[in-house]
Design a protein around this ligand. Sequence first.
Ligand code: HEM
Length: 120
Amino acid sequence: MKHFHMLLAVISVSFFTLRFFWLIKSPQLLDKKWVKISPHIIDTLLLAIGVVMAVKLAINPLEYLWLAEKIMAIVAYIFTGMYTLKYARNLKMQIFGYIGAMGWIILVFKIAHTKQTFFF
Ligand code: HEM
């Protein structure tokens, strides 16, 4: 289950990066139905498996602060990702958003791996 979770995490970030390049080079590709739908399926599975693992391993975010911080970093990643692909109005803002999203996701991977908080 953990390996499937990790695989989905890599696919999710790779696909976000691909969509970022399409946004800049060939934005019409972002309008394709499968490009719009598949990130929702991948991300829902990724998050759902994370929640199932946390429940099975009895890792409560109120008790294990690393999980609380990981969830907050995921929320920040989702918002910066949405900003990059939907709301950023020019190339500078899109690049700025992408770098921000990458910063958050690196933090997510670091916390997932070390199980240590970074900010708390
Ligand atoms: C963008 C979303 C996510 C990413 C990129 C991500 C990434 C990862 C990675 C890379 C690992 C393996 C760490 C290692 O052993 O080296 C992992 C494990 C885990 N993740 Fe996630 N995760 C995400 C979402 C979630 C969510 C939403 C939850 C729960 C609310 C969660 C709970 C867990 C748990 C419980 C483990 C296993 C910890 C253990 O080894 O005992 N993850 N995650």
